[in-house]
Structures are given as C-alpha cells and as structure tokens.
Write a protein that binds this ligand. Structure first.
Ligand SMILES: *[C@@H]1O[C@H](CO)[C@@H](O)[C@H](O)[C@H]1NC(C)=O
Length: 120
C-alpha cells in the first residue's frame, strides 16, 4: 500500500470534514423576525408604523419596491419587523412588538424573488 504524505493526509482530512460539516444539521446563526398570520391588521399596522418611525428603511414595501408584492399587510409587516429586528442585532426583545403574538423568530429565510430579507 502506498504511503500518503502527511500533507496529502491533512488535505484529505480537511476536505472530508468540510464535506461532512455541510451535511450535518449545523445550527444556523441566521434568524429572521416575521409577522404571524394570526395577528390582526391593526396590530401589524401599528408594528409597521413603529418600525418606519424609528428609522427602518420602509421603501422596499412601497409600490416601486422589491417587496411590495404580495400587497398584503402580513407581507409588508414581516419585512419591516425583520428589518427592525436585524438593526437591533437580532436580540429577542427586538422581535417583541406591542402585541407579543404578532411576531415570531424563525430560522427559515422568508426571502422570495427579488425581496431579500436581510439577516446577519
Ligand atoms: C395595495 O393594497 C391596499 C390595501 O388593500 C390597496 O388599498 C391598494 O390599492 C393596493 N395597491 C395596489 C397598487 O394594488
């Protein structure tokens, strides 16, 4: 049996471990905050107003923005609430608005088409 050089062994080890790591369900650090479908229009409206008033970029949900469609309160509120959450370092309380049940933290990326929900 041919002897492998230590360098080759090391490289092989790195390649194999990174292949395995990609398959393991490694906990992702990416988190998003979205609106819950059970929240009322009024609750989500208040959350959106708050986010926009505090300095979140609300242009993406405007008619010319990438996140305008679907033109629903649920979709628009989710985008803005997530932006607020991200601008506050994803701390749990930044996904806690006036109505606790109106928002939830998720590890599933809500982005679609050209509407990219930031996460860091
Ligand atoms: C978006 O939805 C709101 C509320 O339903 C409606 O008033 C508005 O006309 C809609 N805008 C467009 C461009 O469809």
């Amino acid at each position: 049996m041919a002897k492998m050089s230590p360098l080759l062994m090391t490289l092989l080890f790195i390649v194999l471990s990174s292949m395995m790591m990609n398959q393991l369900p490694v906990a992702s650090s990416k988190k998003w905050c979205v609106a819950t479908p059970t929240a009322t229009e009024k609750q989500l409206g208040d959350n959106m107003e708050f986010a926009c008033a505090i300095g979140v970029d609300c242009r993406p949900i405007m008619p010319s923005g990438a996140c305008f469609l679907p033109n629903t309160t649920l979709s628009h509120a989710s985008f803005l609430m997530n932006s607020y959450f991200q601008s506050h370092d994803q701390t749990d309380h930044a996904c806690y608005f006036f109505f606790p049940d109106s928002s939830i933290i998720t590890t599933t990326d809500p982005s679609y088409d050209r509407c990219i929900y930031p996460s860091h």
